[in-house]
Ligand binder design. Structure first.
Ligand SMILES: [Zn+2]
Length: 114
């Protein structure tokens, strides 16, 4: 009989903070699979263009947000202590049949109550 490893209760509550795992030059280079809580930043000519990550909801659908301030709508990203990701304003997606609305602040996801 296989031995089942019982994880401490807190390992299920703690997960890595959201952070940038790669900086690339073109949206075509965004990898199909991303590490958990990892986002990819597209930077062209020293300007933020896109941020891509998998939605923190159970479907993990891909989210692609425009960071180019000359286009609308656009988001801003910042990196605080320990490179923890903040995205503003909130992320709002209904692309994949589910409605997901949340904030990413200092590496943490805060679901909007709506
Ligand atoms: Zn989602």
């Amino acid at each position: 009989m296989a031995r089942r490893i019982k994880l401490a209760w807190w390992t299920r509550l703690t997960s890595r903070p959201w952070r940038i795992v790669a900086e690339i030059e073109s949206a075509d280079e965004i990898p199909a699979t991303l590490p958990k809580n990892g986002a990819v930043l597209v930077v062209a000519r020293k300007k933020h263009k896109w941020i891509a990550f998998d939605c923190p909801c159970h479907l993990h659908h891909r989210i692609l947000l425009n960071l180019d301030t000359t286009r609308y709508p656009h988001w801003r990203v910042s990196f605080g202590k320990k490179k923890r990701l903040t995205i503003s304003p909130s992320v709002n997606s209904s692309d994949s049949g589910v409605y997901c609305h949340y904030f990413i602040r200092e590496g943490k996801v805060l679901w909007a109550k709506d």
